[in-house]
Design a protein around this ligand. Structure first.
Ligand code: SF4
Length: 455
């Protein structure tokens, strides 16, 4: 990493804050907040409670319902990846898994809490959904939508790895009704991609974009990652410029972290940190800010901590917004996460347990946590803070809680640090606060969840 700022940078160097002293180097551990309470508090003993919720119809009108399908196959394991993925499965394994996935969705569709409810959104995530063949994709989609129709859904989202795409596969992805295709570009420098163990190279991005454009998806998103190992100001600046040229409808930027169970985390825990050219958090924020500035100057506007949307193009991201506002979601597939009727649950995270449960016609739930109203309030509030602003009236109406008073000391401390501004109608993160939003959110956790392992 070359730690010199770009000559075009107009951002003043931020003052060192208490928060900077809390999180400096990229160490092993999770920073990104995707749920609450932390996953490490979910328990196998709570699984019967999750099952009971599925067996009881909702009181009154249920919230929107979504479906997440986890396709856990990748061509190679990226060295920063902590997801449950397999790189060694053959065609028969994949067929067996997809059959189990179909069976799981059918099982859900018969449970009283789910039966008869339309899907508002569907998300194919992974892993690499685009890894599976066009034929397998068509038959998985046909089976899933026969169980829970998605013709009326507002969004069908699908993640792609550029090197897995062919023109025929892109056509199949369009044919099953995908409206939002997200391309995992991450970076456009081949040396950086190779160092981080990515399976694709930049040529495959450029090869697939014309097919994607021609297929006419409503929205095309490109994912980038700031702070990949061995990145530098030069290669990041070049990547951002080339990402602008891709002319995607939206660009999503994450800052690389190293949760437990990644190849790099293992190297660090074995004392090989010196071998890695690793940006610290301040540098990653500067790279992230540079991308925001460049994309904004090119006609994009920021819609969340991570996402910028080209003005005048479709800007919605139904999956994200529904999840952050407390919708129900069935997560199908190994290790997938669900949230239904106020209960969190996660599927078994091993191949054998997941498939074994479905072979016995059981749901493969591995651990669960029934949430309290106070926990659901915190969950929705911290996730919505990632949008850059919240309206206290929203939470007063839904939970009967004045969040300004309830979290007064957290707001005050973040305001003192220059991370947000607040008024009676709105709390708004500053640009600096938005760049490190995940680092701020644990301040709102109940004491028993602070300083605990996240996953
Ligand atoms: S492509 Fe995505 S899911 Fe697959 S190994 Fe890389 S980061 Fe993990």
């Amino acid at each position: 990493m070359t730690a010199s700022p770009p000559s075009s940078s107009i951002r003043p160097e931020p003052a060192t804050t208490r928060l900077d002293r809390m999180l400096t180097g990229t160490d092993v551990g999770s920073v990104f907040v995707s749920n609450y309470p932390p996953y490490s508090f979910w328990r196998a003993e709570q699984v019967p409670g999750a099952e009971a919720v599925l067996d009881s119809p909702a009181d009154g009108a249920p919230p929107d319902l979504g479906l997440y399908l986890h396709i856990p196959f990748c061509r190679k394991r990226c060295k920063f990846c902590y997801f449950r993925v397999y790189v060694d499965r053959n065609a028969a394994d994949i067929r067996r898994y997809l059959d189990a996935l179909g069976r799981e969705i059918e099982t859900y569709s018969r449970r009283p809490r789910i039966a008869g409810r339309p899907l508002r959104f569907v998300y194919f995530g992974g892993g690499t959904p685009s890894y599976i063949s066009a034929r397998d994709l068509r038959s998985l989609a046909a089976r899933a939508r026969a169980a829970i129709p998605w013709d009326e859904a507002d969004e069908i989202a699908f993640e792609c790895e550029p090197g897995t795409l062919t023109e025929a596969k892109v056509a199949a992805i369009a044919e099953i009704g995908v409206t939002r295709l997200s391309l995992g570009v991450e970076h456009l420098n081949d040396d950086v991609l190779r160092e981080n163990g990515r399976a694709h190279v930049s040529r495959e991005v450029y090869r697939s974009m014309p097919w994607i454009r021609a297929a006419g998806f409503r929205q095309v998103n490109v994912d980038l990652m700031a702070g990949l190992v061995s990145d530098s100001w030069e290669s990041w600046r070049d990547t951002v410029e080339r990402a602008v040229d891709l002319d995607a409808d939206s660009v999503t930027i994450y800052q690389m972290e190293l949760p437990y169970n990644t190849v790099y985390s293992k190297a660090i825990s074995e004392g090989r940190r010196r071998e890695l050219i690793l940006a610290d958090w301040r540098t990653k924020r500067e790279w992230h800010a540079h991308a925001i500035e460049t994309l904004t100057a090119a006609g994009y506007e920021q819609t969340s901590a991570y996402t910028l949307v080209r003005k005048g193009r479709p800007s919605e991201f139904v999956y994200r917004d529904a999840l952050w506002r407390g919708s129900d979601m069935i997560g199908a597939g190994v290790s997938s996460i669900s949230h239904v009727g106020g209960v969190h649950f996660q599927n078994a995270d091993s191949w054998e347990e997941y498939l074994g449960a479905l072979d016995e016609d059981r749901l493969p739930t591995g651990r669960a946590l029934p949430t309290t109203a106070a926990q659901r309030l915190v969950r929705e509030m911290i996730l919505q803070l990632k949008l850059g602003r919240i309206r206290p009236a929203t939470f007063q109406a839904k939970f009967g809680v004045d969040v300004l008073a309830e979290f007064e000391s957290a707001w005050e401390s973040l305001e003192d640090e220059g991370m947000l501004t607040r008024g009676p109608d709105e709390v708004r993160l500053t640009p600096e606060g938005l760049l490190r939003v995940d680092q701020l959110l644990p301040l709102f956790y109940a004491p028993e969840f602070r300083n605990a392992r996240y996953t």
